[in-house]
Design a protein around this ligand. Structure first.
Ligand code: FAD
Length: 45
């Protein structure tokens, strides 16, 4: 079974989704999870 590398990001406002998008551009096989404590996650990035 292939090993999946998982990136966990805490915070879904500005920096979090930006970091997630960059990480996926660098390695599209990454599994990225964003945790946001508030009700809304930014989709701008
Ligand atoms: C009064 C004020 C006005 C501003 N006005 C502007 C503006 O007009 N234009 C502009 O471009 N910038 C503005 N900024 C700056 C902008 O808000 C910040 O640059 C930007 O929000 C920083 O984003 P961030 O993702 O680094 O942090 P944050 O926006 O602080 O996001 C962090 C996120 O992490 C979440 N979080 C924290 N702890 C946890 C946890 N334990 N588990 C899960 N989630 C967690 C929070 O809920 C939050 O959503 C303003 C800032 C302030 C204070």
């Amino acid at each position: 079974m292939a090993k999946t590398t998982r990136l966990i990001i805490v915070g879904g406002s500005a920096a979090g989704p930006s970091a997630a998008a960059k990480a996926k551009r660098v390695n599209r096989d990454l599994e990225v999870m964003i945790f946001e404590k508030g009700d809304f996650v930014s989709y701008g990035a």
